[in-house]
Design a binder for this molecule. Structure first.
Ligand SMILES: [Fe+2]
Length: 309
């Protein structure tokens, strides 16, 4: 087995040949893998996949999974939200299993986080990522920290405007949704100070402005389609007219960790009165600032978000 070691970040996770079960057919067909290889890591794009029906991803299986995950890995709330919100949305009063089993009528949005904590889901996640590993590692170095998230959404539910620190592919399994993405690293859509605050413990929600709407790119997803989201690209998601299940497969890379650490370093520089330049986007590296940030972290008892995610 090929062990990938996240030496700089203290975690070890096996991602390698033999880590997942053998699949007779790839979930990402050859043409999807070619599209991914051409566009990764900076260009959002749609992909086809064959995962639309899988025993681990039915409502019953997911309701059962939700009760097996630790509380902090399960989040759910009401689904009829605006694109921009302040703080966390309210609860519905239902339990998580009931929310999922009755998602068609529960007016809810639910996410099961880090499903790789359960061995069968971990095997599924690793088998999917294994298909993409050559294309990933050619561009951004070792594929690190694979994580899986399942989203279960009521009709018309909205995931408000936010960003994520991972490389991410969202696979639509049941129903439909539209993800609207905005360019990663453009401070018009997400100020550098927000990214910096996130990497030092802040939230990932972003302030929405209706003027942004015309500049977003919509990716409409039906079951059997997926979309790639670059690291830190702002986005929001609007569910279709029927309830939906989506699987998000994510990973980090040497590049994404360096970008995150450079953001944390910029946060420090800004507190000292400087106006630091934003980290470069791939293929630019951010090695000097990342090394400085890691050196400071070793001296400080308080870890930054970049080291904890
Ligand atoms: Fe997201």
């Amino acid at each position: 087995m090929n062990l990938r070691t996240e030496a700089a970040h203290g975690a070890i996770f096996p991602v390698g040949p033999g880590a997942g079960p053998a699949r007779p057919q790839p979930v990402f067909p050859p043409r999807a893998q070619q599209v991914f290889a051409r566009n990764y890591p900076e260009t959002p794009h749609r992909l086809d996949h064959t995962l639309a029906q899988h025993d681990l991803l039915t409502l019953d299986s997911l309701a059962s999974l939700a009760t097996r995950l630790p509380d902090q890995s399960v989040e759910y709330n009401c689904g009829d939200l605006p694109i921009g919100i302040d703080g966390k949305p309210g609860a519905t009063g239902l339990g998580i299993a009931e929310t999922i089993r009755h998602i068609a009528t529960s007016n809810s949005w639910a996410v099961l986080k880090n499903v790789e904590q359960v061995p069968a889901y971990r095997s599924l996640l690793l088998s999917l990522l294994e298909e993409l590993r050559p294309a990933i590692e050619r561009r951004t170095g070792a594929m690190l920290r694979p994580q899986g998230y399942v989203f279960i959404s009521s009709p018309d539910a909205v995931t408000p405007y936010h960003f994520d620190p991972e490389h991410n592919i969202l696979l639509q399994l049941v129903g439909s949704k539209v993800m609207t993405q905005f360019p990663a690293g453009d401070p018009r859509f997400a100020p550098d100070t927000v990214y910096e605050a996130y990497h030092t413990g802040g939230a990932r929600e972003l302030r929405w402005n209706d003027d942004f709407a015309a500049e977003g790119t919509e990716f409409a997803l039906q079951a059997g389609q997926a979309v790639y989201v670059p690291v830190m690209a702002p986005h929001f998601v609007r569910n279709g007219r029927v309830s939906s299940i989506s699987l998000s497969i994510t990973w980090r890379s040497d590049w994404s960790f360096a970008e995150a650490d450079a953001r944390a370093f910029n946060h420090l520089l800004r507190r000292l009165g400087f106006t630091p330049r934003a980290p470069g986007r791939w293929p630019a590296g951010n090695r000097a600032k990342a090394l400085a940030s890691r050196a400071i972290r070793r001296l400080s008892p308080r870890k930054s978000r970049a080291a904890q995610d």
